[in-house]
Write a protein that binds this ligand. Structure first.
Ligand code: NAD
Length: 296
């Protein structure tokens, strides 16, 4: 059992903190949204009055925030938490952020004698709730070993992919592929429907054929095909379109920094930007299908 500070209780962080409490850890939580804190308390965590208060007695500090600026602001900004973290604590940032920001915050932590790893996740809100996330870790071997028991309470696949920042690079590679696959899956189903096909039957066929993917089998973008997919509940409660747009922007920056070509990744980034401009930024990213389905 560890004393864990958990900051950022949104669609992902909420269920992750709940799973840590369920596994017997002492979890002290904070989020800017009081309702998110109340939810975590119902799941067995204790409420902190602010981020610094959450750090009381912490042996492990976990953050799950939207983007680079939130992580940099929380750790290094005015009254940043870095200088309040108890000596010897392990810091784990699970947010998806720029690799350069991950390295910057980890270097600042190291300068204070603290170990920090980047551990972005894959598996979506369903994986967070079920405790079956994949963790993609960048950092040193000793920190990865220390993190394992805590990460195992929230996920089932742990990958150590390299030094600080490498977890973020690998995560961006995954999400760039996912963004393109989701967009083309939506296009394929819209094409079939325009020809009078049943989207359910078409999806069932694709799910056992050569185009099979998570986008078809788990998070199908067409409403009514999968009862538990965001598309069947008005695209609510999944992985936000604007978070996917953020990740594709980070992938574009990462590509430019090494001169890599990502033609489909760039095209996908523009599709999610168009979907955001259409007013769907807060909806699940599978709502990108609306650009081609005619649904408003
Ligand atoms: P979210 O917007 O639902 O939650 C983020 C939470 O952080 C919010 O509750 C917000 O109030 C809180 N927050 C922001 N700044 C804060 C601060 N300074 N102090 C305390 N709380 C603060 O986002 P999410 O869907 O949970 O995603 C979190 C991260 O995980 C993102 O980087 C995202 O890209 C990544 N991710 C999301 C999914 C998914 O399916 N939703 C999947 C994999 C990875």
């Amino acid at each position: 059992m560890s004393h864990i500070a958990f900051i950022g209780l949104g669609n992902m962080g909420g269920p992750m903190a709940a799973n840590l409490a369920k596994a017997g850890h002492q979890v002290r939580v904070f989020d800017l949204v009081p309702a998110a804190v109340a939810h975590a308390v119902e799941a067995g965590a204790s409420a902190a009055k602010d981020a610094v208060d959450a750090l009381t007695a912490a042996e492990v500090v976990i953050t799950m925030l939207p983007a680079s600026r939130h992580v940099e602001g929380l750790f290094l900004g005015d009254n940043g938490i870095l200088s309040h973290i108890p000596a010897g604590a392990l810091v784990i940032d699970c947010s998806t952020i720029a690799p350069a920001t991950a390295r910057k915050v980890a270097d600042a932590a190291a300068a204070r004698g603290l170990s920090m790893i980047d551990a972005p996740v894959s598996g979506g809100t369903a994986g967070a709730a079920a405790g079956t996330l994949t963790f993609i870790v960048g950092g040193d071997d000793a920190s990865f070993e220390r993190a394992k028991p805590v990460l195992s309470a929230m996920g089932k696949n742990l990958f150590h992919v390299g030094a600080s920042g490498a977890g973020q690079v690998a995560k961006l590679c995954n999400n760039m592929a996912l963004g393109a696959i989701m967009a083309v899956t939506g296009e394929a189903i819209a094409l079939g429907v325009a020809h009078g096909l049943d989207p359910k039957v078409l999806s069932q066929m694709m799910a056992v054929s050569t185009s099979r993917s998570w986008a078809t089998e788990v998070c199908n973008p067409w409403p009514g095909v999968l009862e538990n997919a965001p598309a069947s509940r008005g695209y609510s409660g999944g992985f936000g379109n604007d978070l996917m747009l953020k990740d594709l922007g980070l992938a574009a920056e990462a590509a430019m920094s090494v001169g890599a070509s990502i033609p489909l990744g760039e095209l996908a980034r523009n599709l999610y930007a168009m979907n955001s401009q259409a007013g769907n930024g807060k909806l699940d990213f599978s709502s990108v299908v609306k650009l081609v389905s005619g649904e408003k």
